[in-house]
Write a protein that binds this ligand. Structure first.
Ligand SMILES: CCC[C@H](O)CC(=O)SCCNC(=O)CCNC(=O)[C@H](O)C(C)(C)COP(=O)([O-])OP(=O)([O-])OC[C@H]1O[C@@H](n2cnc3c(N)ncnc32)[C@H](O)[C@@H]1OP(=O)([O-])[O-]
Length: 698
């Protein structure tokens, strides 16, 4: 994990030093750390936002290069979970710490109290635990553990760095084994897996119920166990069980399960082994997901099972084997969970946040039970029937004080805004004197109403002489044109309405580009197709590093027609290489995987990257922009190139070849204005719609 954390820091363009053990090879003492560096670009999912970020990582070994520590403000120890080995390392590095440098351990199971036992007092005030979640680039949660000895200035400094520079959401946990997310998450994993194996139940059905009814991520429970690795689960749970108090329920559910031990012995440890509860095989050259048979460890192909219950209540009341199983594990789980208050934290909303951001649950456990009809009363009743003691939180009815509005606090809280304009698909808000345009359709998809209000928003911004911010209120900027609407127009042969949509979209884009106020787009999540076209027509983009943006239309059997093709020509500025690159973006439906890639691949010159998606609008609103100089020369010079000679067309499909010919026709004109290209875009789009090369099923 050390190299993945180094990569995350490099992504934020901070200098980072990666130290590893010195190798025995006298000719290359850095061979171990070099290997780690070589592996970074191979990590999946990728740890680096762009290969160029590797330049931010300096390497060394723990014998010859300790001096490098004197350059660092924060030192994160990420080594094996063995206290003696950690102590040895601390003794080595402490003499090199700057006076105000912070020392942090990334332990996931060892308490801070134990880590600090042999540390000099002068270091105790700046020694904390920073628990990253895997993979650190993608998981937003960071558990921060401090104690009385740590001075507030240190807590502020590290909080700022982790939040602003690395984009993490911090949940503070008490100094208890496993902290919050792993204590709860691993407990549930072990409880479900071990109980289900003992009862010989089917992992596929259990996972399906977890994902469909309890809204867990697609991996479910068994899939997650495979993803983490059975060997790693064993390490985590053993370490937890060893450090938890004698009567902790974790010890009781961590029962001997010979089938699991046999699976480890056979290297059936999940995705990195030869199989796990599931495996992917090529059956008749078709990728097939299979599930293990616990009796003989053979595998059978999975047929997607139907969940016959419409709600959790229906499942629990059903009396079926799976109904009884879920009743029993949910009671055990919730009694354990509520027994951890206030031990791990007294803040139930933090528990929910930790499970959402660290384990990707859609709802945290408290929100889940709250949303089950009479959930807490049901828990009380079931525990009483089974003669199980009630934790204080439940016995004292503390759940009655739950404030459901605190479960999912909106990422960008514009609640105090004044609504200036609004229709069913978008709104214009005044937030602390900033004019904000936000879309309210599913995935912020674009339709006529969105464009109509966007045009009105620009008019209003110009009247008020105010810049306009385009801000998503959910996790995605925009998934582009509403494809269901487009498909409907095509299916009903309503090409007049389709053309009207294209025209309106183009008009809105040009209005953004040529308005005399600045248009600032706050880009997070997906900005695809038309969403990307809005970015291309904005004056400035504040982008989350994890932005997924691009002109992806060709992958849907369409072409960009809200000005995307036009911008790819315009932005080449007569440069042949840039034009080829831009045309490749369109032909290959290039969806970039980070803001770094987007800026480079799409030739964006006015952008700023931010690591924290919750702070994008805050950052945008703090920037000052010069008065916009509206460009008047709309003529585009086209370098004379033959696309069939410049590109390897043997790899292209029918649509790509057809599009290539249309783009070549544009190039042949040598000079063109923006309006002419827009008209051609629409023509190509409509011809394709009438004679599709691919089914636009969505
Ligand atoms: C006129 C054209 C001109 C323009 O130049 C061309 C374009 O913009 S072309 C457009 C170019 N854009 C694209 O090709 C992007 C198409 N979208 C995608 O590729 C994936 O949805 C995305 C990767 C964004 C998210 O994947 P994920 O996280 O697995 O989430 P998910 O997939 O489960 O979606 C969640 C819900 O949102 C719905 N929905 C999503 N997008 C659209 C849409 N455009 N439309 C309508 N609906 C859409 C989706 O159906 C689902 O609904 P439900 O009822 O809840 O089942």
């Amino acid at each position: 994990m050390g190299s993945a954390i180094a990569a995350l820091i490099a992504n934020s363009s901070c200098q980072v030093v990666l130290l590893d053990i010195a190798s025995n090879n006298p000719n290359d003492r850095n061979s171990v750390v070099k290997k780690a560096i070589e592996n970074i670009p191979k990590q999946r999912p990728p740890s680096l936002s762009h290969p160029s970020k590797l330049a931010f990582i300096k390497i060394g070994n723990l014998k010859d290069d300790l001096q490098l520590i004197t350059e660092c403000d924060l030192i994160i120890e990420v080594i094996i979970e063995q206290i003696d080995i950690k102590y040895k390392l601390y003794n080595k590095i402490i003499p090199y710490l700057q006076n105000d440098a912070i020392l942090a351990s990334n332990t996931s199971t060892l308490p801070l109290k134990q880590l600090k036992e042999n540390i000099p007092d002068s270091i105790k005030s700046r020694f904390v635990i920073t628990h990253f979640f895997n993979p650190p680039r993608y998981m937003e949660l960071l558990e921060l553990i401090t104690d009385q000895a740590v001075v507030p200035m240190v807590v502020d400094k590290i909080t700022n760095f982790l939040t602003i520079n690395l984009g993490k959401t911090i949940v503070k946990s008490n100094d208890t084994p496993g902290f919050i997310a792993n204590r709860i998450g691993c407990y549930l994993l072990e409880l479900v897996v071990r109980t289900a194996i003992k009862a010989n139940l089917n992992p596929v059905i259990i996972d399906k119920i977890f994902t469909d009814l309890l809204k867990f991520p697609n991996t479910g429970i068994f899939g997650l166990y495979d993803l983490i690795g059975h060997d790693v689960m064993k390490l985590i749970s053993t370490s937890l069980v060893n450090s938890l108090p004698m009567n902790d329920q974790y010890k009781k559910i961590y029962i001997l399960t010979p089938i699991l031990d046999k699976m480890i012995a056979k290297n059936l440890i999940g995705r990195k082994g030869v199989g796990g509860f599931y495996r992917i095989s090529a059956i008749n050259k078709v990728k097939t997901k299979e599930v293990i048979n616990f009796q003989d460890f053979s595998y059978t192909a999975i047929e997607d099972p139907k969940v016959e219950y419409n709600s959790i209540n229906e499942l629990l009341d059903s009396g079926s084997i799976y109904g009884q199983f879920f009743k029993s594990i949910l009671v055990e789980f919730y009694l354990y969970l509520t027994s951890l208050i206030p031990e791990v934290t007294d803040n139930i909303y933090d528990i929910d946040k930790a499970m959402r951001l660290g384990y990707s649950w859609k709802q945290g456990p408290f929100e889940l039970l709250y949303n089950i009809k009479d959930g807490f009363e049901w828990l009380k009743k079931e525990a009483t029937i089974k003669n199980l003691p009630l934790p204080k939180y439940v016995a004292n009815n503390n759940y009655k004080t739950i404030d459901s509005s605190k479960f999912q606090v909106s990422r960008i809280n514009l609640r105090e805004s004044e609504v200036l304009l609004k229709n069913n698909s978008a709104q214009v808000l005044l937030y602390q004197d900033r004019l904000v345009f936000s879309i309210s359709t599913k995935m912020n998809c674009l339709n006529e109403e969105v464009f109509t209000l966007l045009l009105e928003a620009v008019d209003l911004a110009e009247q008020r002489e105010q810049d306009l911010y385009i801000v998503p209120l959910t996790d995605n900027f925009s998934a582009g044109a509403d494809l269901k609407l487009v498909a409907h127009y095509i299916k009903t042969n309503d090409f007049t309405k389709l053309d009207r949509l294209l025209e309106l979209g183009q008009q809105a884009m040009m209005r953004l580009k040529y308005s005399h106020i600045n248009i600032i787009s706050c880009a997070v999540g997906f900005a695809l197709g038309g969403g990307c076209e809005i970015l291309l027509h904005s004056d400035f983009i504040v982008a989350h590093q994890e932005l997924n943006a691009g002109l992806v239309e060709v992958s849907r059997g369409l072409v960009p027609a809200f000005g995307g093709i036009k911008e790819m020509f315009y932005r080449a500025q007569g440069n042949k290489d840039r034009l080829i690159k831009n045309i490749i973006n369109i032909l290959t439906a290039n969806k970039t995987s980070s803001a770094d890639y987007f800026i480079l691949d799409y030739g964006i010159s006015s952008a700023q990257i931010n690591m924290n998606k919750q702070m994008i609008f805050l950052e945008a609103s703090q920037l000052t922009f010069p008065k916009k100089v509206v460009k008047v020369d709309k003529k585009i010079t086209l370098p004379q190139i033959s696309l069939s000679e410049e590109l390897d067309i043997s790899q292209y499909n029918e649509l790509q070849i057809l599009l290539l010919a249309q783009l070549q026709d544009i190039i042949a004109l040598q000079e063109i204005d923006e309006q002419e290209i827009l008209e051609r875009e629409r023509k190509i789009f409509l011809e394709l719609a009438q004679n599709p090369k691919k089914d636009l099923a969505f």
